[in-house]
Design a protein around this ligand. Sequence first.
Ligand SMILES: [Zn+2]
Length: 155
Amino acid sequence: MAYKDLDKKREYHKKWYHENKDRLRELQIQNRARTNELSRQRRQEQGDEERAYEAEWRAKNSLHVRIIRALGEKCVRCGFDNILALQIDHVNGGGTQHRKSFANNTAYLKYVLEHADSGEYQILCSNCNWIKRHMNNEMFWIAQREEKRKNGEWH
Ligand SMILES: [Zn+2]
């Protein structure tokens, strides 16, 4: 019975998607246009000082910048594109652990750059990354670790 229900549900979603395909595409186009307009506005509002800082930061973090570029240079979720708040996200989680397995951050970034098209990595802005962390419950583990550290049970 349950299997049949699932099948029915799947069929319903398929039908719904098919019937609303054009509307969804329209919404997507509208959303993209809004995001583009917002980032255009933001760039206009960005003062000389901020622009200079960004240029300097890009030069100092060239490896990071190359990865961000290889991954599309904007948040895959909301389209935000100020590189200063863009982060490399591990699609399937476990980023911290993975980074720790390298001798240093440069070695890690080189690996990510070489594997940029593997589908394991994506760009998220700080906001979307934070939301993803909440939803993945990663915050729970961080809090628990902090608690243990406080009690001297974690070194
Ligand atoms: Zn975002």
